[in-house]
Design a protein around this ligand. Structure first.
Ligand code: SAM
Length: 455
């Protein structure tokens, strides 16, 4: 691995005599780690990651695509250092009560699924990604994880200005120069230059500038990158402090984990922490920065419900929609102009209304499916949702059958007539329609496995 000279010089200044160990670590195979979904329990394997109860190091990298449990959302493949965000949050926020959380730079959704797993189930989580081409993967990962309290949007950070002081926690996992990924993704080395570090730092300040007003007083800002340089980490942090609205919060981290305390924030290096390069810092907004335009003065769009993008589902269709959920009493059913039925959690209905009225590019609530005449056609998101009713008929498949289903093949399996949830090890993978001696496969085309399945 040939490192740019300017990068080597910078790291030598930063870590001095540890540079040789750092360089040696870059030549090692990156550790493989996954994080289990606490609501999709099944047997777990691997060495526990000390800072993440659900995190595991695996000895080797399996072909995840060929593991049906990967497609059911039973686990997420995530490098271990970045799981520290899940260790930090409970230290700085009261996660035993519902919070409003904005994950501003969210695709592909690793930290969204991490936060979702530890926050109170009634928390409102908005996962935003500015780049349109990356929203689909974010949405897929959020749907696979299956928690109905997560909403996805596709906006520039500056588009949120009407949500001033709305959020309790904002996570900015900033686009950065990616120095911490050189081992995992050597292509990142070619994209690196002192100039690109400056460009990233400028972008980060613009993102921070747009995000800071969105926090309520006492709210928590977590800023992280997967890079080492002081320009993107220390200078960005100092810039936050210079505004005099925020103070840094120091985090208790056991020495044995190898995380380095920086003047601002904390750094993981691969020769010290079994994971990739990751930086994080935590700030709290001070009281006295109340806003001139708090979100709760936003006008209601319609006198009846106030939702801009959907209206209440017709009463005569509600019993059928309710039948698909385990606790329908906790949801309200809405329908979009395109006929898509949404389930919105009762506990956050008012807040979701505000999101609906202030953001144009978003997907709120749980996509349930649509009515065709009197028939209800369930959506793929519903198959993966943790809110699905356990009373829905299921069809358990072997590993090989599950992979054929995930390749979108039509299986010749005897099955009762009607909608069936295809499961593997009890976890939902998608829908089929039983036709007696065969089944029709309703896996969405875009979700199918494209690789060959070995015999
Ligand atoms: N949080 C993600 C996770 O854990 O899976 C990774 C986020 S990645 C480090 C940074 C994200 O910021 C990318 O998805 C990128 O598209 C997005 N991004 C790029 N430019 C941006 C901008 N100007 N404002 C906000 N986000 C931006």
């Amino acid at each position: 691995m040939i490192l740019p000279q300017a990068f080597t010089d910078q790291l030598k200044t930063q870590i001095g005599t540890e540079f040789a160990d750092f360089e040696a670590a870059l030549l090692q195979t990156p550790p493989v780690s996954i994080r289990y979904n606490p609501r999709k329990k099944h047997a777990s394997a691997g060495e526990i990651i000390p800072w993440c109860e659900e995190g595991r190091y695996l000895e080797q990298r399996p072909v995840f695509t060929l593991d049906p449990l990967f497609h059911s959302g039973a686990f997420y493949v995530q490098e271990a250092s970045s799981m520290l965000v899940g260790y930090v949050l409970p230290q700085v926020a009261t996660i035993s009560k519902p919070l409003r959380v904005l994950d501003l730079c969210a695709a592909p959704g690793g930290k969204t699924t991490l936060l979702t797993s530890i926050l109170h189930p009634d928390s409102l989580i908005l996962a935003n990604e500015v780049i349109k081409g990356r929203v689909m993967i974010l949405k897929e990962n959020v749907q696979k994880w299956g928690f109905p309290n997560v909403h996805v949007s596709n906006h520039d950070p500056e588009d949120f200005e009407r949500l001033e002081a709305f959020f309790d926690v904002i996570l900015i996992d900033a686009p950065c120069s990616g120095e911490g990924l050189f081992r995992k993704d050597p292509a990142a080395i070619n994209e690196w230059s002192p100039g690109s570090v400056q460009v990233c730092a400028g972008r980060q300040k613009r993102i921070l500038d747009a995000a800071m007003p969105l926090l309520r007083p006492s709210g928590i800002l977590i800023y992280c990158t997967c890079t080492y340089n002081d320009i993107e980490n220390q200078e960005s942090g100092q810039w936050i402090l210079d505004g005099e609205q925020f103070t840094e919060i120091k985090i208790d981290i056991p020495d044995s984990w190898g995380v380095v305390t920086k003047p601002i924030g904390y750094q993981c290096y691969p020769h010290r922490v079994k994971g990739e390069g990751f930086f994080f810092s935590v700030f709290q907004k001070q009281a006295g920065f109340e806003t001139a335009h708090p979100y709760d003065t936003l006008p209601r769009r319609s006198k009846e419900e106030g939702f801009r993008s959907c209206k209440r589902l017709h009463a005569k269709q509600t019993p059928e929609a309710s039948r698909w959920l385990e606790k329908p009493e906790n949801f309200h059913f809405f329908v979009k102009p395109n006929g898509e039925v949404l389930a919105l959690m009762d506990s956050q209905l008012e807040e979701v209304r505000i999101l609906d009225n202030t953001l144009s590019a978003k997907g709120i609530g749980l996509e349930m499916g649509e009515f065709k005449g009197n028939d209800f056609i369930p959506s793929h998101a519903l198959a993966l949702s943790t809110a699905l009713s356990p009373d829905i008929l299921r069809l358990e498949l072997s590993g090989n059958e599950a992979l054929l289903f995930l390749k979108k093949e039509n299986l010749n399996i005897e099955a009762p007539r009607g909608w069936l949830l295809v499961t593997h090890q009890g976890l939902g993978l998608g829908w089929v329609k039983g036709l007696g001696n065969r089944i029709n496969n309703y896996l969405p085309k875009d979700w199918r496995i494209r690789m060959e399945i070995p015999e």
